[in-house]
Design a protein around this ligand. Structure first.
Ligand code: IMP
Length: 202
């Protein structure tokens, strides 16, 4: 079975790979480049679910099982922003540092107890010729936003996102630790259960 990861974010691909590769040795995980997909997929939805499905369906339209993650950070004091706009919060797609600085600026007057947030991941899987209904699974992880970076690992908002049960930011966790509790891990656990219902021999 061939599965294509519908993302150009190397960090996300690495995390998704860690969840999908153990499902079954017969699964071959391909990238957009591997199938000759040129350019980016336009994410013009207004929810994580819509955007994840847009990406997964773009791959399914090329004849492959497509798996996509759409994810972001929802800060309570900002009514859920940056949300689906997390990657382009500061205007430039993928400029993690600028995004983090803008977030800190926008919540600088918010007291510590109100700096709560959730990371959200929606995993969507679409099948060629609509052979099966698409799978859409949401996972979340609660945390708080610090005042300054802690940790050097990860990507995106990881160094500002503090997860109290581990007393660490995402950026201070080893990949295996983050993959136990992250929003993506929670969405992936639901996705794998749904995928195995469709393919019980895996
Ligand atoms: P997407 O590619 O449109 O889903 O954008 C996701 C954006 O959300 C990323 O560019 C990051 O800014 C943020 N994000 C999602 N997941 C994570 C994570 O695990 N750590 C840090 N930032 C994340």
């Amino acid at each position: 079975m061939k599965i294509v990861l519908a993302s150009r974010n190397a960090h996300k691909i690495k995390e998704l790979y860690a969840f999908i590769s153990p499902i079954d040795p017969s699964i071959e995980i391909l990238s957009l480049d591997d199938i000759g997909f040129v350019g980016d997929i336009e994410e013009d939805g207004t929810t994580f679910e819509e955007n994840a499905l847009i990406k997964a369906k773009a791959v399914a339209a090329m004849g492959y099982i497509g798996i996509a993650d759409d994810s972001g950070l929802a800060v309570d004091a900002l009514n859920g922003a940056p949300g689906v706009y997390s990657a382009r919060y500061s205007g430039e797609h993928g400029d993690d540092h600028k995004n983090n600085m803008l977030l800190l600026e926008n919540i600088k007057h918010v007291p510590d107890e109100a700096r709560t947030a959730q990371f959200v991941s929606v995993i969507a899987c679409a099948f060629p010729d609509n052979a099966h209904e698409p799978i859409v699974c949401r996972g979340e992880c609660p945390g708080t936003i610090l005042h300054a970076y802690r940790g050097n690992g990860g990507f995106g908002y990881d160094p500002l996102f503090y997860y109290a049960p581990f007393d660490k930011t995402y950026a201070e966790m080893a990949p295996e630790e983050k993959n136990q509790i992250s929003h993506r891990a929670n969405a992936m656990a639901k996705f794998i259960a749904a995928f195995k219902e469709i393919f019980p021999t895996l």
